[in-house]
Design a protein around this ligand. Sequence first.
Ligand code: SAM
Length: 233
Amino acid sequence: MSYFEQRRNLVSILKELGYIRSRKVEEAMLRVPRELFVPEELREYAYDDRPLPIGFNQTISAPSIVAYMTELLDPQPGDKVLEVGTGSGYQAAILAEIVCPKGHVWTIERIAEIAESARRRLEMLGYADMITVIVGDGSLGYEPQAPYDRIIVTAAAPKIPKPLIEQLKPGGKIVIPVGPLPFQVLMVVYKKSSNEIEIKRDLEVVFVPLIGEYGWRDEREATEYFWRENIVI
Ligand code: SAM
């Protein structure tokens, strides 16, 4: 089966299961070739619904969680979007398909080699004018382009980083997994006005840790936190 046929099958399964609910997410997922975002030796698994390793102990998220978080984020054409945790660049491409050409996606990654490889891949696929890849600590957000209409975090934070709330437009939304390893809760933050937010808990998820000033100190802290909590309980 060709990659396109595999992609079409996966999209129709994700629709049936309720992960894809809107036409815009469906079309974006049909357009972005996931096989080009995974390591070459893993391409045959590109349309399995599971995360895959991308090196440096990091992963490209499962297609179902990408679809689910995109639906939750509900980006609109023309939006300015910040993604924290570029990884392969796949989620950024899905977002760009929805918000561009009038909008833009800024995506920030702490591991320089991962960011560079995502930048090259996105350029090759024609996203250079739609997506800006930045190397840095995304737990601090990305002040130069703030405020954003939407912010999506694809690594698990100990708490909702304050700079992200500050860099969100009133009326904007953040989707972020919060909690230690291995399980976290997906949170949705609505900024009702400049000084009023509402937070809703959503699905239980599994993400790699957000490491940085408003994240975990390192992977160990995110894991030990879980152990400590477990022992206490
Ligand atoms: N969205 C990605 C994709 O579509 O492939 C998957 C992201 S992967 C699950 C999480 C990424 O977050 C990793 O590449 C990791 O290096 C990155 N990360 C962790 N802490 C970060 C931080 N403080 N700032 C930016 N990136 C961070």
